[in-house]
Write a protein that binds this ligand. Sequence first.
Ligand code: FAD
Length: 295
Amino acid sequence: MEGFPRHTGDALRLLRDLPGEIRPGEPLSRHTTFRIGGPAWCLFVPADRAAFVEAVSRARAEGIPWLALGGGSNVLFPDEGFPGLVIATRGLRALEADGTHLFAEAGVPLPALASRGFPALAGIPGTVGGALVMNAGTSAGSISRYVRAVEVLGHDGIPRRLPATECGFSYRSSRLKRLHLPVLGAEFVAPGDETISAEEILRKRRSTQPLGLPSAGCVFRNPPDAPPAGWLIDRAGFKGARHGDALVSPVHANFICNLGRARATDVLALIERIRDGVRRLFGVILEPEIEIVWT
Ligand SMILES: Cc1cc2nc3c(=O)[nH]c(=O)nc-3n(C[C@H](O)[C@H](O)[C@H](O)COP(=O)(O)OP(=O)(O)OC[C@H]3O[C@@H](n4cnc5c(N)ncnc54)[C@H](O)[C@@H]3O)c2cc1C
């Protein structure tokens, strides 16, 4: 494939002794909730944690660009694809509970965690790993409030346990993200005295979010010292705006949906129009919350 770091046959040689699925040239649109994204040089689905660790270590050693992919519910890949190794974590699914303490591997679906005493996370798609990196949450709280420690693969190739205080959690971000650290799993503590009801949060989501069309959730972060991004976008008149098959949701203005054949360039064009419109009208610079992968 033109522009890719090496021949796709090299991917097979790099990974063939590891347990898991190796898919050179896999379209990333099949692995994102946006249903957008060109081919990866190679997508690897490690069967277990050891294979995940080994794949990351080999990519690092060979200088091959790599990224971990959870549920693909917060990423926008380019139409040209990703010129490196995408390592999907769905094989890392161990979930162990000991009273109010829980250990979950990175690929555990977030709803499976949410239903075990973490109601603030109800209804958020994706995986534990993606949620930790993004510090995902709702108005009722973020995942960081439940985390005791996160297990990462250090830059030296050694797995280590980072106490929550060292993870640098902030609004929809973390040090894990800034340092591009692969998350292997995490320990959580269920508060036990939560007054929030998961049902209530789910009901609210169903009435305020366009859940029928492919999207990546909220596109923009809520700006500090300003009204929420959705309100600003709505007031700037963008609800229902289209670029190709990318649509600003008429239900929730901070969602861009894929009507079927949207390309990454369509979404990016809408993002630019929205940023420009909101800046002109309100003087507020909106920053993306979704992970835009540039190559
Ligand atoms: C309909 C809808 C509703 C949503 N609602 C919310 C909401 O209410 N609140 C909210 O916070 N988010 C929401 N989101 C966004 C998204 O679901 C969250 O950000 C989620 O936590 C992302 O998890 P993921 O596994 O899908 O991550 P991905 O999209 O797969 O990845 C996101 C980032 O994390 C990195 N990553 C993933 N796994 C690992 C790992 N194991 N190690 C290192 N890096 C990793 C990726 O490289 C990427 O940079 C919504 C999305 C959709 C589609």
